[in-house]
Design a protein around this ligand. Sequence first.
Ligand code: SF4
Ligand code: SF4
Length: 158
Amino acid sequence: MSKVLMISPDKCISCRTCEIICSFTKDNEINPKNSAVSVLTYEEALISVPIMCMHCEDAACEKVCPVGAIKRVDNAVVVDHEKCIGCKMCISACPLGNITFNSKQKKIVKCDLCGGDPQCAKFCPSGAIEYKEATPNNLNRKKIIAEKFKELFEEVEK
Ligand code: SF4
Ligand code: SF4
């Protein structure tokens, strides 16, 4: 069975280890700005939520890419940086705001599940990010959390 990244906002302690390890893994530097996971602090609700790509079944980023640079590979929606022309349409298309652009390296920043061993999940000290079997129960929970992310993102955008 394949696996999915699961988020438990109630467990997030806002330490930002996920942001640090992601940027270090991908770019060999500690720069949360270029991390594919962002910890969003939602002060009114007194919670912090690690926000990252949900590897949607029907991925808007994949659909909108004019050069077919975004494809599903196993259970991950990944960017082929060789094909990418940097038009940033995927950034606008993602309803969860989960794609950014590294202006120094001129490349799209998006979670690729680290080839099946997501480092954010591995190093999260509180279990707020886990990489779990894609059971119907987990998939359903993931869907509910994605909807909540969407609502949160819309609130932050206002
Ligand atoms: S980047 Fe956004 S639209 Fe694309 S798979 Fe991830 S969450 Fe879905
Ligand atoms: S920025 Fe790259 S990956 Fe994103 S839509 Fe444009 S070509 Fe596709």
